[in-house]
Design a binder for this molecule. Structure first.
Ligand SMILES: NC(=O)c1ccc[n+]([C@@H]2O[C@H](COP(=O)([O-])OP(=O)(O)OC[C@H]3O[C@@H](n4cnc5c(N)ncnc54)[C@H](OP(=O)(O)O)[C@@H]3O)[C@@H](O)[C@H]2O)c1
Length: 284
Protein backbone atom coordinates (compact mmCIF):
# COMPACT_ATOMS: atom_id res chain seq x y z
CA UNK A 1 0.00 0.00 0.00
CA UNK A 2 1.31 3.45 -1.01
CA UNK A 3 0.06 6.22 1.28
CA UNK A 4 0.12 9.98 0.68
CA UNK A 5 -0.48 12.55 3.41
CA UNK A 6 -1.84 16.02 2.59
CA UNK A 7 -3.72 14.35 -0.26
CA UNK A 8 -6.27 17.18 -0.30
CA UNK A 9 -3.57 19.75 -1.13
CA UNK A 10 -2.39 20.85 -4.57
CA UNK A 11 0.71 18.65 -4.55
CA UNK A 12 -0.99 15.68 -2.90
CA UNK A 13 -3.73 15.56 -5.54
CA UNK A 14 -1.14 15.58 -8.31
CA UNK A 15 0.84 12.79 -6.60
CA UNK A 16 -2.32 10.66 -6.38
CA UNK A 17 -2.96 11.31 -10.10
CA UNK A 18 0.59 10.21 -10.89
CA UNK A 19 0.23 7.09 -8.73
CA UNK A 20 -3.07 6.22 -10.40
CA UNK A 21 -1.25 6.08 -13.74
CA UNK A 22 1.26 3.60 -12.24
CA UNK A 23 -0.70 1.33 -9.96
CA UNK A 24 -4.16 0.01 -9.15
CA UNK A 25 -6.31 2.38 -7.02
CA UNK A 26 -6.61 -0.41 -4.43
CA UNK A 27 -2.88 0.06 -3.70
CA UNK A 28 -3.31 3.76 -2.88
CA UNK A 29 -4.24 5.30 0.46
CA UNK A 30 -5.05 9.02 0.43
CA UNK A 31 -4.75 10.67 3.85
CA UNK A 32 -6.29 14.05 4.66
CA UNK A 33 -7.49 15.84 7.76
CA UNK A 34 -10.85 16.25 6.02
CA UNK A 35 -11.57 13.02 4.09
CA UNK A 36 -14.75 14.56 2.65
CA UNK A 37 -12.49 16.57 0.35
CA UNK A 38 -11.40 13.30 -1.26
CA UNK A 39 -14.84 11.84 -2.06
CA UNK A 40 -13.99 11.81 -5.78
CA UNK A 41 -10.91 9.65 -5.12
CA UNK A 42 -12.91 7.25 -2.95
CA UNK A 43 -15.34 6.87 -5.85
CA UNK A 44 -12.40 5.88 -8.06
CA UNK A 45 -11.41 3.08 -5.66
CA UNK A 46 -8.70 4.87 -3.70
CA UNK A 47 -8.83 4.22 0.05
CA UNK A 48 -9.37 7.46 1.97
CA UNK A 49 -8.73 7.95 5.68
CA UNK A 50 -8.69 10.83 8.15
CA UNK A 51 -5.19 11.93 9.08
CA UNK A 52 -4.60 15.14 11.05
CA UNK A 53 -0.95 15.79 11.93
CA UNK A 54 -2.12 17.64 15.03
CA UNK A 55 -3.91 14.60 16.51
CA UNK A 56 -0.88 12.36 17.16
CA UNK A 57 -2.76 9.54 18.93
CA UNK A 58 -4.91 8.89 15.86
CA UNK A 59 -2.12 8.53 13.31
CA UNK A 60 -0.66 5.03 13.81
CA UNK A 61 -4.07 3.34 13.38
CA UNK A 62 -4.42 4.96 9.95
CA UNK A 63 -1.06 3.55 8.81
CA UNK A 64 -1.49 -0.09 9.82
CA UNK A 65 -1.36 -1.59 6.31
CA UNK A 66 1.04 0.94 4.75
CA UNK A 67 4.31 -0.19 3.16
CA UNK A 68 5.53 3.10 1.71
CA UNK A 69 4.48 6.55 2.89
CA UNK A 70 4.87 9.97 1.28
CA UNK A 71 4.87 12.62 4.02
CA UNK A 72 3.94 15.89 2.33
CA UNK A 73 5.14 18.73 4.52
CA UNK A 74 2.39 20.54 6.38
CA UNK A 75 1.30 24.02 5.39
CA UNK A 76 1.05 25.09 9.05
CA UNK A 77 4.38 26.89 9.27
CA UNK A 78 5.67 27.00 12.85
CA UNK A 79 3.96 23.75 13.85
CA UNK A 80 5.49 21.60 11.14
CA UNK A 81 8.41 19.94 12.89
CA UNK A 82 6.18 18.81 15.79
CA UNK A 83 3.53 17.59 13.34
CA UNK A 84 6.03 15.75 11.14
CA UNK A 85 7.69 14.11 14.16
CA UNK A 86 4.25 12.83 15.20
CA UNK A 87 3.78 11.26 11.76
CA UNK A 88 7.25 9.66 11.83
CA UNK A 89 6.63 8.25 15.33
CA UNK A 90 3.28 6.86 14.17
CA UNK A 91 4.86 5.32 11.07
CA UNK A 92 7.43 3.60 13.25
CA UNK A 93 4.75 2.28 15.60
CA UNK A 94 2.72 1.01 12.63
CA UNK A 95 5.69 -0.73 10.99
CA UNK A 96 5.79 1.42 7.84
CA UNK A 97 8.82 0.33 5.80
CA UNK A 98 9.73 3.52 3.95
CA UNK A 99 9.01 7.26 4.18
CA UNK A 100 9.62 9.84 1.46
CA UNK A 101 9.47 13.42 2.73
CA UNK A 102 8.97 16.65 0.75
CA UNK A 103 11.79 18.81 2.08
CA UNK A 104 13.41 21.97 0.68
CA UNK A 105 16.23 22.35 -1.84
CA UNK A 106 19.68 21.88 -0.25
CA UNK A 107 17.97 21.64 3.15
CA UNK A 108 21.19 20.97 5.05
CA UNK A 109 22.66 24.34 4.07
CA UNK A 110 19.60 26.32 2.96
CA UNK A 111 19.53 29.73 4.73
CA UNK A 112 15.78 30.38 4.29
CA UNK A 113 13.76 30.70 7.51
CA UNK A 114 11.43 28.11 5.94
CA UNK A 115 14.26 25.55 5.90
CA UNK A 116 14.54 25.24 9.69
CA UNK A 117 11.52 22.95 10.14
CA UNK A 118 12.59 20.87 7.13
CA UNK A 119 16.04 20.32 8.69
CA UNK A 120 14.40 19.26 11.94
CA UNK A 121 12.20 16.78 10.08
CA UNK A 122 15.14 15.39 8.11
CA UNK A 123 16.96 14.80 11.42
CA UNK A 124 13.91 13.02 12.83
CA UNK A 125 13.80 10.76 9.78
CA UNK A 126 17.51 9.98 10.03
CA UNK A 127 17.07 9.10 13.70
CA UNK A 128 13.92 7.02 13.13
CA UNK A 129 15.67 3.94 11.78
CA UNK A 130 13.06 3.78 8.99
CA UNK A 131 14.31 3.65 5.41
CA UNK A 132 13.68 7.09 3.89
CA UNK A 133 14.15 9.42 0.92
CA UNK A 134 14.48 13.19 1.12
CA UNK A 135 12.71 14.90 -1.77
CA UNK A 136 14.36 18.30 -1.47
CA UNK A 137 11.96 20.29 -3.62
CA UNK A 138 12.89 23.67 -5.04
CA UNK A 139 10.36 26.44 -5.58
CA UNK A 140 7.14 25.79 -7.45
CA UNK A 141 6.60 27.73 -10.68
CA UNK A 142 3.13 28.30 -9.25
CA UNK A 143 4.61 30.50 -6.49
CA UNK A 144 5.14 33.01 -9.30
CA UNK A 145 1.78 32.60 -10.99
CA UNK A 146 -0.41 33.55 -8.01
CA UNK A 147 -1.67 37.10 -8.49
CA UNK A 148 -0.53 37.42 -12.10
CA UNK A 149 -3.59 39.49 -12.99
CA UNK A 150 -2.41 42.25 -10.64
CA UNK A 151 1.11 42.10 -12.08
CA UNK A 152 -0.27 42.46 -15.61
CA UNK A 153 -2.64 45.25 -14.56
CA UNK A 154 0.14 47.32 -12.95
CA UNK A 155 2.88 46.27 -15.38
CA UNK A 156 5.25 45.66 -12.46
CA UNK A 157 6.56 42.48 -10.84
CA UNK A 158 8.18 43.10 -7.46
CA UNK A 159 10.56 41.03 -5.33
CA UNK A 160 13.97 41.01 -3.65
CA UNK A 161 15.65 38.42 -5.85
CA UNK A 162 17.86 40.88 -7.73
CA UNK A 163 19.46 39.24 -10.75
CA UNK A 164 19.80 35.77 -9.22
CA UNK A 165 18.38 32.70 -10.91
CA UNK A 166 15.71 30.52 -9.30
CA UNK A 167 15.48 26.93 -10.56
CA UNK A 168 11.73 26.41 -10.14
CA UNK A 169 9.60 23.65 -11.66
CA UNK A 170 5.89 22.96 -11.76
CA UNK A 171 4.07 21.18 -8.93
CA UNK A 172 3.24 18.47 -11.45
CA UNK A 173 6.95 17.86 -12.07
CA UNK A 174 7.62 17.44 -8.33
CA UNK A 175 4.50 15.28 -7.95
CA UNK A 176 5.63 12.88 -10.68
CA UNK A 177 9.04 12.59 -9.02
CA UNK A 178 7.40 11.85 -5.67
CA UNK A 179 5.19 9.14 -7.20
CA UNK A 180 8.19 7.55 -8.93
CA UNK A 181 10.24 7.44 -5.73
CA UNK A 182 7.29 6.16 -3.72
CA UNK A 183 6.52 3.38 -6.20
CA UNK A 184 10.05 2.34 -7.15
CA UNK A 185 12.06 -0.17 -5.14
CA UNK A 186 14.59 0.69 -3.85
CA UNK A 187 15.51 4.35 -4.49
CA UNK A 188 18.98 4.73 -6.00
CA UNK A 189 19.93 7.24 -3.30
CA UNK A 190 18.11 8.76 -0.37
CA UNK A 191 18.64 12.46 -1.05
CA UNK A 192 17.24 14.12 -4.18
CA UNK A 193 17.92 17.80 -4.92
CA UNK A 194 14.89 18.51 -7.13
CA UNK A 195 14.67 21.70 -9.17
CA UNK A 196 13.93 23.03 -12.63
CA UNK A 197 16.34 22.25 -15.46
CA UNK A 198 17.26 25.88 -15.98
CA UNK A 199 16.78 28.78 -13.64
CA UNK A 200 15.31 32.15 -14.54
CA UNK A 201 15.80 35.70 -13.31
CA UNK A 202 12.87 37.86 -12.25
CA UNK A 203 13.53 40.04 -15.31
CA UNK A 204 13.11 36.93 -17.48
CA UNK A 205 9.94 36.08 -15.56
CA UNK A 206 8.61 39.62 -16.18
CA UNK A 207 9.42 39.19 -19.89
CA UNK A 208 7.53 35.86 -19.93
CA UNK A 209 4.49 37.51 -18.31
CA UNK A 210 4.67 40.36 -20.84
CA UNK A 211 4.90 37.91 -23.74
CA UNK A 212 1.98 35.80 -22.51
CA UNK A 213 -0.27 38.76 -21.67
CA UNK A 214 0.67 41.08 -24.50
CA UNK A 215 1.13 43.89 -21.94
CA UNK A 216 4.39 45.53 -20.84
CA UNK A 217 5.72 44.15 -17.52
CA UNK A 218 9.01 45.06 -15.81
CA UNK A 219 10.71 43.70 -12.71
CA UNK A 220 11.26 46.12 -9.83
CA UNK A 221 13.73 44.95 -7.19
CA UNK A 222 13.01 46.09 -3.62
CA UNK A 223 14.95 45.91 -0.35
CA UNK A 224 13.64 43.00 1.74
CA UNK A 225 11.84 45.22 4.29
CA UNK A 226 10.09 47.20 1.53
CA UNK A 227 9.02 44.00 -0.20
CA UNK A 228 7.60 42.64 3.08
CA UNK A 229 5.72 45.92 3.60
CA UNK A 230 4.36 45.76 0.04
CA UNK A 231 3.13 42.19 0.60
CA UNK A 232 1.41 43.28 3.81
CA UNK A 233 -0.15 46.10 1.80
CA UNK A 234 -1.65 43.44 -0.49
CA UNK A 235 -3.32 41.88 2.58
CA UNK A 236 -0.81 39.12 3.33
CA UNK A 237 -0.52 38.67 7.14
CA UNK A 238 2.70 40.11 8.61
CA UNK A 239 4.45 36.88 9.63
CA UNK A 240 3.83 35.29 6.23
CA UNK A 241 4.87 38.47 4.41
CA UNK A 242 8.18 38.42 6.31
CA UNK A 243 8.75 34.73 5.53
CA UNK A 244 8.08 35.38 1.83
CA UNK A 245 10.39 38.40 1.77
CA UNK A 246 13.10 36.42 3.57
CA UNK A 247 12.76 33.67 0.94
CA UNK A 248 12.92 36.20 -1.88
CA UNK A 249 16.01 37.97 -0.52
CA UNK A 250 17.83 34.69 0.12
CA UNK A 251 16.86 33.42 -3.33
CA UNK A 252 18.70 36.57 -4.40
CA UNK A 253 21.83 35.00 -2.93
CA UNK A 254 21.31 31.77 -4.89
CA UNK A 255 19.53 29.73 -2.19
CA UNK A 256 16.90 28.40 -4.62
CA UNK A 257 19.19 27.53 -7.51
CA UNK A 258 20.38 24.09 -8.52
CA UNK A 259 21.64 22.81 -11.86
CA UNK A 260 22.03 19.10 -11.11
CA UNK A 261 19.24 18.14 -13.54
CA UNK A 262 18.06 15.49 -11.04
CA UNK A 263 14.34 16.24 -11.38
CA UNK A 264 14.32 16.09 -15.19
CA UNK A 265 16.29 12.82 -15.17
CA UNK A 266 13.95 11.29 -12.61
CA UNK A 267 10.74 12.14 -14.49
CA UNK A 268 12.32 11.34 -17.86
CA UNK A 269 11.45 14.63 -19.55
CA UNK A 270 12.38 18.31 -19.33
CA UNK A 271 10.89 20.14 -16.37
CA UNK A 272 8.14 22.67 -17.08
CA UNK A 273 9.53 26.06 -18.15
CA UNK A 274 8.24 29.07 -16.21
CA UNK A 275 6.90 30.56 -19.47
CA UNK A 276 4.59 27.55 -19.85
CA UNK A 277 3.26 27.86 -16.30
CA UNK A 278 2.72 31.59 -16.81
CA UNK A 279 0.81 30.97 -20.01
CA UNK A 280 -1.36 28.29 -18.37
CA UNK A 281 -2.12 30.57 -15.41
CA UNK A 282 -3.09 33.52 -17.61
CA UNK A 283 -5.34 31.32 -19.72
CA UNK A 284 -7.16 30.50 -16.46
N1 LIG B 1 8.32 24.18 -2.82
C1 LIG B 1 7.48 25.19 -2.79
O1 LIG B 1 7.57 26.14 -3.57
C2 LIG B 1 6.35 25.18 -1.81
C3 LIG B 1 5.38 26.19 -1.88
C4 LIG B 1 4.32 26.13 -0.96
C5 LIG B 1 4.25 25.11 -0.04
N2 LIG B 1 5.23 24.16 -0.01
C6 LIG B 1 5.19 23.05 0.95
O2 LIG B 1 4.76 21.90 0.24
C7 LIG B 1 3.55 21.40 0.83
C8 LIG B 1 2.62 20.91 -0.27
O3 LIG B 1 2.37 21.97 -1.15
P1 LIG B 1 0.90 22.24 -1.69
O4 LIG B 1 1.03 23.19 -2.79
O5 LIG B 1 0.18 20.97 -1.89
O6 LIG B 1 0.25 22.98 -0.42
P2 LIG B 1 -1.32 23.06 -0.07
O7 LIG B 1 -2.15 23.00 -1.31
O8 LIG B 1 -1.48 24.22 0.84
O9 LIG B 1 -1.61 21.71 0.74
C9 LIG B 1 -1.20 21.57 2.06
C10 LIG B 1 -1.75 20.24 2.55
O10 LIG B 1 -1.34 20.09 3.90
C11 LIG B 1 -2.51 19.66 4.61
N3 LIG B 1 -2.41 19.96 6.03
C12 LIG B 1 -2.20 21.14 6.62
N4 LIG B 1 -2.26 21.01 7.95
C13 LIG B 1 -2.53 19.69 8.19
C14 LIG B 1 -2.75 18.94 9.36
N5 LIG B 1 -2.71 19.50 10.59
N6 LIG B 1 -2.97 17.60 9.23
C15 LIG B 1 -3.03 17.03 8.02
N7 LIG B 1 -2.87 17.69 6.86
C16 LIG B 1 -2.63 19.02 6.97
C17 LIG B 1 -3.63 20.43 3.96
O11 LIG B 1 -4.87 19.87 4.33
P3 LIG B 1 -6.25 20.67 4.14
O12 LIG B 1 -6.70 20.38 2.72
O13 LIG B 1 -7.13 20.07 5.15
O14 LIG B 1 -5.97 22.12 4.38
C18 LIG B 1 -3.28 20.19 2.51
O15 LIG B 1 -3.68 18.92 2.10
C19 LIG B 1 2.99 22.57 1.65
O16 LIG B 1 2.19 22.10 2.70
C20 LIG B 1 4.26 23.24 2.12
O17 LIG B 1 4.81 22.57 3.24
C21 LIG B 1 6.25 24.16 -0.88
Amino acid sequence: MFAVTGASGHLGRLVIDALLSRTDPRNILALARDPAKLADLAERGVTVRAFDYSVPDSLAAALGDVDRLLLISSSEVGQRETQHRAVIDAAKAAGVGFIAYTSILHADANPLDLAVEHRGTETALQESGISYALLRNGWYNENYTIGLDGVVEHGVLIGSVGEARVAAASRKDYAEAAAIILAQEPPETNTYELAGDSGFTQAELAAAIAAASGKPVVYQDLPEADYAAALEGFGIPGPLAHILADSSAKAGKGALFDDSGTLGRLIGRPTTPIAVSVQEALQG
